[in-house]
Design a protein around this ligand. Structure first.
Ligand code: 13P
Length: 265
C-alpha cells in the first residue's frame, strides 16, 4: 500500500503556482519575470507557473522563457458577448496563456461565483486547451463543525459535473482551506495531506484509480519558504498555490527549488 502510494506520487510532476491576486504593476511584473525566467528548473521536472492579473499576462508570456508558464486568475464561461469587464478563455488562449485559476475562494465569496458558473468555466477552459487550477476548500466554521469532507465533496460534485475522465486527469485541484488564506495560519502538513487524500479518494471513486493517480493536487494557504518543504514531503500534496509569498522573486524561486528537492528525496 505504502509502496503504491509512493509510486503514484513519483508519477506526478510537482506544480508550484504563484497567485499574485491584485498585485504588481507592469514595471513590477517585468522586474519579476526578468529575475526568474531563466532560473526556474526544467519544465520536465517541475511546472512553475505565475497566475497574474489580466493587464500583465501578455508581457509575462513574452518573457516566460522555456520553463516558466503563465496563468490567469479568472475567465468568463461564454465565448464572447455583452459581458462588460469580462475576459474569455479564447482571449487568454490567443495570447498564449497556459493556465487559469477557477473558483478561488475570494471569487466565490466576494464576486458571488457559484459552483454552477465554475462548472461552466471548467468546461470552457478545457475546450480552449487551458489547464484549469480548480480551488476548493472549507471555511473555519465548516472545519470546526466537522463538515470539511462534506463541503469539499459537494464542491467537487458540482464543479466537475459532466467533465470527461481525460479532462479530470489534466485538471489541477488546489485545496485551499479558507481559514489558512492570508492569515499566516497554515494547515499542518498532516491536515493538508489528509484533505488532499480525501480529494484523491473522491476522484478514484468517481473516475477510477488511474485518474486519481495522475491528477495533481496542490495545497494553498500561507505557504512560504519555511513550510513548503514539510508540506511537499506529504504523499498526497503535489504542489502549492501560493499568494503573498510568491510576490518576491527570490522566495518564488526558492520555494520551487525546495519543492523539487523534497519530491526527489
Ligand atoms: P496566501 O499564500 O497569501 O495565504 O494565499 C493563498 C491563496 O489564496 C493562493 O491562491
Amino acid at each position: 500500500m505504502l509502496l503504491l502510494l509512493r509510486l503514484g506520487e513519483l508519477m506526478r510532476k510537482p506544480i508550484i503556482a504563484g497567485n499574485w491576486k491584485m498585485f504588481k504593476t507592469r514595471d513590477e511584473a517585468l522586474q519579476f519575470v526578468y529575475a526568474v525566467a531563466n532560473k526556474v528548473p526544467a519544465i520536465e521536472k517541475i511546472d512553475s507557473v505565475i497566475c497574474a492579473q489580466f493587464t500583465v499576462l501578455r508581457c509575462l508570456v513574452k518573457r516566460q522563457g522555456p520553463n516558466l508558464r503563465v496563468g490567469a486568475q479568472n475567465m468568463h464561461f461564454a465565448d464572447e458577448g455583452a459581458f462588460t469587464g469580462e475576459v474569455s478563455a479564447s482571449m487568454l488562449k490567443s495570447i498564449d496563456v497556459s493556465y487559469v485559476i477557477i473558483g478561488h475562494s475570494e471569487r466565490r465569496a466576494m464576486f458571488n461565483e457559484t459552483d454552477e458558473a465554475i462548472n461552466k468555466k471548467l468546461h470552457k477552459a478545457f475546450e480552449n486547451d487551458l489547464v484549469p487550477i480548480l480551488c476548493v476548500g472549507e471555511s473555519l466554521a465548516d472545519r470546526e463543525a466537522g463538515r470539511t469532507e462534506e463541503v469539499i465533496k459537494r464542491q467537487l460534485e458540482l464543479d466537475l459535473a459532466g467533465l470527461s475522465a481525460e479532462d479530470v486527469k489534466n485538471l489541477v485541484i488546489a485545496y485551499e482551506p479558507i481559514w489558512a488564506i492570508g492569515t499566516g495560519r497554515t494547515a499542518t502538513s498532516e491536515v493538508a495531506n489528509e484533505t488532499c487524500g480525501f480529494i484523491r479518494r473522491y476522484i478514484a471513486e468517481a473516475y477510477g484509480d488511474d485518474i486519481a493517480d495522475s491528477i495533481r493536487i496542490q495545497y494553498g494557504g500561507s505557504v512560504n519558504v519555511k513550510n513548503i518543504g514539510e508540506l511537499m514531503s506529504m504523499p498526497h500534496i503535489d504542489g502549492a498555490l501560493i499568494g503573498g509569498a510568491s510576490l518576491k522573486s527570490e522566495d518564488f524561486l526558492q520555494m520551487i527549488n525546495i519543492a523539487l528537492t523534497t519530491k526527489n528525496a
